[in-house]
Design a binder for this molecule. Structure first.
Ligand code: ZN
Length: 208
């Protein structure tokens, strides 16, 4: 069984969800497509949404990355508008949302009730209290490379229910098998059970 990589940027990796760059043509395997906060061009936003609509096909597993980023220069009001439009689009096309969030977790949580679809925070590496609040609000958490090294994040992972969990490589260069190995040790289950759980979680979010 292969190790599913929930969020990555590698064109040669087919077992996972490839994050399509803005304005690009989709591959013939699973991908996600969205307007990342840093890619928002406010004077061109309608065209950006036309592109996004055009790439929502069968292989488009999720809308995203989209979300809120406190470190990019795009005005927060505009970021919120574009995020909300993508939530509405996800509701329409019935696809989950892969969320990019930097320093705006409470704002992102305030949008949870607008979405009828699953919302997955990708690259989660924040403290326990943030994880608790996200889980309380029915978010999924996708963990990456940081889990291999950060003890406090490993402790947080112990408290994340298995049915709210995904694993990803994102932009980092490492073998995702290492991450499955580590997480199966932390969660005290076999690597096969972990793989099976991730497959079930994918099914759950796919079916809303
Ligand atoms: Zn990414």
């Amino acid at each position: 069984m292969d190790f599913f990589d929930f969020h990555h940027h590698k064109k040669n990796l087919t077992h996972g969800i490839y994050n399509l760059d803005i304005e690009k043509t989709p591959p013939d395997f699973y991908y996600s497509a969205g307007i990342h906060p840093q890619d928002i061009q406010s004077e061109n936003i309608d065209n950006q949404f036309i592109w996004l609509q055009s790439v929502i096909t069968e292989n488009c597993f999720a809308i995203g990355e989209c979300g809120l980023d406190g470190l990019v220069s795009v005005d927060m009001k505009i970021q919120e508008d574009v995020f909300l439009r993508q939530i509405q689009l996800a509701n329409e096309v019935k696809k989950p949302l892969i969320i990019h969030c930097v320093r705006k977790f409470y704002e992102v949580i305030s949008y949870r009730k607008k979405s009828e679809q699953a919302m997955i925070i990708h690259g989660f590496n924040k403290k326990q209290s943030v994880a608790d609040d996200l889980l309380k609000n029915n978010f999924y958490l996708s963990f990456g490379k940081a889990v291999l090294y950060h003890l406090s994040l490993q402790d947080t992972l112990k408290t994340v229910p298995l049915d709210k969990l995904f694993l990803e490589t994102d932009n980092d260069n490492f073998d995702i098998k290492e991450l499955y190995q580590k997480v199966s040790e932390i969660k005290k289950i076999s690597i096969e059970q972990l793989q099976q759980q991730i497959v079930e979680n994918l099914d759950t979010i796919k079916n809303g």
